[in-house]
Ligand binder design. Structure first.
Ligand code: PLP
Length: 429
């Protein structure tokens, strides 16, 4: 297969902005070890664990270091120059995120620690108050624990039932089943936009329409979507939408919750403390305006600055080009792996509803052993349940291996992944 199209993205110069990708490791493959061979010096890192966390380009690191070197101060409260500069940067970061995902403005963007905290914010603040016996929360069988465990617990506390939209044999949502179980009793539908295990890109706006037809609210988990495709929350129509900075070339410690203004206004705060109040007496308190009502205490200021730099960096490359690059790499990896008779791949075939990750298992080799052999080749992949234990139960496996791609990955790196699988096969034969 030609590598031409990917080069049109200029992956080489993109990679130059990620010094970490230059790291090398002295490694010996298992077969080399078995042959008494000391192995290879300086194998270059092949980083294929991007669905867990992406690497951070220099402009993002620089933006955060500029903040600490130049205008580090607490926000919202200072009269002095530094605090004013930090406050402006922090507040405007909300505007930038709003613009990036098509929200109306900063009132609709709450910074959280990550996607998980955004799920918990809505589950606690909205769910605990609004749900009760007779209500139903509809999830999907491919939910990440971030939403699955959260709504399960809120269900137990409120008496609301939790139901799951089934997946088809190909790893897509069974939309007929969705239409069957989303009823007038449904109060909330929470679904992943892109599955972190199957790679499926779900028809989320269709799901949102079904939910709204029954008067239910919707929460879309965009942790695996915002990093690699153009997302417009208003076009999707979701009531809530969430994502994490560390999966999109940004820093750890920051994520965002989008919520429709009217809903956020009606909700109680999730965390209490400084900054989220307007007036406090010994008896009571009133709440600050959006989004600060949901951002108690000193927030992630450097991380917000880093997130903006990441968004600028991604948009300069172009979200559509990033999506095309990932789709092409996923297709290439899928085809290579599919050609191996003893490799089982999970999720739909390559196409517009398959994102840039491939979950798989090699017959007779535990995913952890496979990942360890990959590590002997300096190939970093994920192995385990990927925070989707019930989905793995459904697939009939305890764990899977997952290679996930980002804008800096190449087809040559996919070839190294496949070569490492050959090594594992020889070792376990
Ligand atoms: N949802 C999905 C689909 C994910 O892949 C992840 C991360 O693995 C999460 C939620 C949780 O993200 P975080 O750990 O940043 O909260």
């Amino acid at each position: 297969m030609s590598h031409q199209h990917l080069e049109s993205l200029d992956v080489d110069s993109i990679r130059e902005e990620f010094p970490i990708l230059e790291r090398t490791f002295d490694v010996a493959s298992e077969t080399q070890r078995a042959d008494g061979d000391a192995g290879d010096d300086g194998q270059q890192l092949v980083y294929l664990d991007n669905a867990a966390t992406t690497q951070t380009p220099d402009p993002v690191i620089d933006a955060m270091s500029d903040y600490y070197r130049g205008y580090n101060a607490n926000v919202h409260r200072g009269i002095h120059h530094l605090s004013q500069e930090a406050s402006i940067a922090y507040e405007e970061a909300h505007d930038r995120v709003a613009e990036f995902i098509g929200a109306d403005g900063r009132e609709e963007i709450v910074f959280t620690k990550n996607t998980t905290e955004a799920e918990n914010l809505v589950a606690y603040s909205w769910g605990l108050n609004e749900l009760g016996p007779g209500d139903e929360v509809v999830l999907t069988e491919m939910e990440h624990h971030a939403s699955l465990v959260t709504w399960q617990q809120i269900g137990k506390r409120t008496g609301a039932d939790v139901k799951y939209v089934q997946i088809t044999d190909e790893g897509r949502l069974d939309m007929d089943h969705a239409r069957e179980i989303i009823t007038d009793d449904t109060a909330m539908v929470s679904a992943v936009h892109v599955s972190n295990t199957l790679g499926t890109v779900n028809p989320v706006s269709e799901l949102v329409d079904i939910a709204h037809d029954h008067g239910a609210l919707t929460f879309i988990d965009g942790a695996q979507a915002v990093p690699n495709r153009s997302v417009d929350v208003e076009a999707i129509g979701a009531d809530f939408y969430a994502f994490s900075g560390h999966k999109m070339a940004g820093p750890t410690g920051i994520g965002a919750l989008y919520g429709k203004k009217g809903l956020l206004e009606a909700m109680d705060p999730y965390l209490y403390g400084g900054d989220m109040i307007t007036k406090v007496t010994y008896e009571d308190a009133t709440w600050n305006e959006l989004p600060w009502k949901f951002e108690a205490g000193t927030p992630q200021i450097a991380e917000a600055v880093g997130l903006v730099a990441a968004i600028d960096w991604l948009e300069e490359i172009g979200m559509d080009r990033i999506a095309a690059h990932e789709e092409e790499l996923a297709r290439y990896a899928y085809e290579q792996l599919d050609a191996e008779p003893d490799v089982e791949i999970y999720g739909p075939e390559p196409g517009p509803d398959r994102a840039g990750l491939v979950g798989f298992n090699l017959e007779n080799v535990h995913a952890h052993d496979l990942a360890s052999i990959m590590n002997d080749h300096a190939v970093a992949i994920r192995a385990g349940d990927h925070c989707t234990q019930p989905l793995h139960d459904k697939l009939g496996v305890a764990a899977s291996a997952r290679a996930s791609f980002y804008v800096y990955n190449t087809k040559e790196e996919v070839d190294k992944l496949v070569a490492a699988i050959d090594d594992a096969r020889q070792l376990f034969r």
